[in-house]
Design a protein around this ligand. Structure first.
Ligand code: ADP
Ligand code: MG
Length: 156
């Protein structure tokens, strides 16, 4: 587990960039947290670091977006899902094909969607401060993120 605090949207994007550059095709990253916590800001920072120049916006009213960067990046939002049925998986599966996948509001997909390599949870501390918690089996990946941001507080 890695915990960081950011004090601006730009800093959250920069932490996301440090994660993104350490990901590989097929990796799934879940991004949880309440409304306005910074989930889409985080995904935007990851996409920018991977060469996406088009707008990165919340796909709340569609199943997802697929962006072309140096690799393909899928951006899903399961806000409206109760669970993921076989039929819904049929619609979602193509987003997992040959892409790095970010999933906002991931709870409905737990156990059904491919297991995440990294789980991120964002929470409000104050209007401009967010706490970011990262969970991953790969400790080196977490150290890489922490090492890229020595000025951001991190604990265990
Ligand atoms: P979500 O997708 O979780 O609903 P968004 O990323 O769409 O959240 O919105 C987060 C909002 O909070 C944006 O308006 C952003 O500018 C603001 N914000 C303020 N401070 C931060 C921070 N430290 N990190 C991320 N977003 C921040
Ligand atoms: Mg969002």
């Amino acid at each position: 587990m890695l915990e960081l605090e950011t004090t601006s949207p730009e800093q959250t994007e920069s932490v996301a960039a440090a994660l993104a550059t350490r990901l590989a095709l097929g990796d799934v990253v879940t991004v949880a947290g309440e409304l306005g916590a910074g989930k889409t800001t985080f995904v935007r920072g990851a996409c920018r670091a991977l060469g996406v120049t088009e707008p990165v916006t919340s796909p709340t009213f569609t199943i997802g977006h697929r962006y072309a960067g140096t690799v393909d990046i899928s951006h899903l939002d399961l806000y409206r899902f109760e669970g993921v049925s076989l039929a819904e998986w049929g619609d979602l599966e193509p987003y997992f094909d040959d892409a790095i996948v970010f999933v906002e509001w991931p709870d409905a997909g737990r156990g059904t969607l491919p297991a995440p390599r990294v789980s991120v949870e964002l929470g409000h501390v104050d209007p401009t401060t967010r706490r970011l918690r990262f969970d991953a089996a790969d400790g080196a990946l977490l150290e890489g993120i922490a090492g890229a941001h020595p000025r951001v507080r991190h604990g265990n």
